[in-house]
Design a protein around this ligand. Structure first.
Ligand SMILES: O=C(O)CCC(=O)C(=O)O
Length: 261
């Protein structure tokens, strides 16, 4: 399979913008395996929980920090093309903080309010915002089905005050209004297999899904080794992450799919 190595220009772009889009980071077979296994996964379906948006709609996800299994999710969260990229943009060794499937179903999936992930993770005792996420499109993500939106360069603002909006942790709306006058709003439309790396202080949100198309994304979140953090369920403190060759995604995925079908 093809290799992916982030270039120095892309590292600079991440430092400037607070995010980096890697189009086609994963190929069609990798994505078909994740799609089929993820959508049929009854164990994870039972773990789905909802955060309610300000309109009362449910934004659903499952989240885990489980690294004990040799499954397709671990194939993704441990793969070099994600972990090496994250280490390059965060300038440190990273470990897995958790991973989650954002389950934005057609017609019913709710919105995510403006926030920084560090708005959530600050409360977990993470001392620095030196953390990041990689969002992988499982379905195509478009404006119509509620793709991620980011404010370009917002990671440079530092941590914005957060409160509770619906049942979500959200950034202060007056502050967002002011920031929006100055920073560009970018809709991150993504084909399946495209990945978006973004900094923990990058302001982001997404609309509710009013379309007929589901919008599932797998988000792999990492903390840096030198960032002290409380050891909480689903939000662990440092333990080394063994990286796996990218080829393992297909090896594991083919086996897992055969076992489950
Ligand atoms: O799935 C989305 O649209 C938003 C996800 C998000 O904001 C998050 O996980 O921090």
């Amino acid at each position: 399979m093809s290799t992916f190595t982030i270039t120095p220009e892309q590292v600079s772009q991440f430092s400037e913008d607070g995010y980096l889009m890697a189009r086609g980071l994963f190929d069609a077979e990798q994505m078909e395996l994740l799609f089929k296994i993820g959508k049929a996964d009854q164990e994870k379906a039972h773990k789905v929980s909802a955060a309610v948006d300000t309109e009362g709609r449910e934004s659903k996800l499952w989240l885990t920090a489980d690294t004990d299994r040799e499954d397709i999710y671990n194939g993704f969260v441990r793969c070099h093309r994600i972990v090496d990229t994250m280490e390059a943009v965060l300038h440190d060794e990273v470990y897995l903080y958790h991973y989650k499937m954002m389950v934005k179903e057609a017609r019913v999936g709710g919105a995510w309010e403006w926030h920084q992930d560090y708005g959530y993770w600050y409360g977990n005792g993470c001392l620095y915002p030196d953390m990041g996420s990689c969002m992988i499109a499982v379905d195509g993500a478009t404006k119509a089905n509620g793709c991620l939106q980011v404010l370009r360069g917002s990671h440079k603002l530092g941590r914005v005050d957060h409160g509770t909006y619906g049942t979500q942790t959200g950034a202060n709306p007056e502050r967002i209004e002011e920031i929006s006058k100055h920073l560009e709003l970018v809709y991150c439309e993504m084909e399946p297999g495209t990945a978006l790396f973004f900094h923990a202080n990058t302001l982001h949100r997404s609309d509710a899904n009013n379309s007929d198309d589901p919008r599932w994304t797998l988000i792999c979140c990492y903390n840096t080794r030198s960032n002290p953090c409380n050891d909480l369920p689903g939000h662990p403190s440092y333990s080394p992450l063994e990286k796996w060759p990218d080829e393992r995604i297909k090896e594991i995925g083919r086996r897992q799919l055969a076992e489950t079908s």
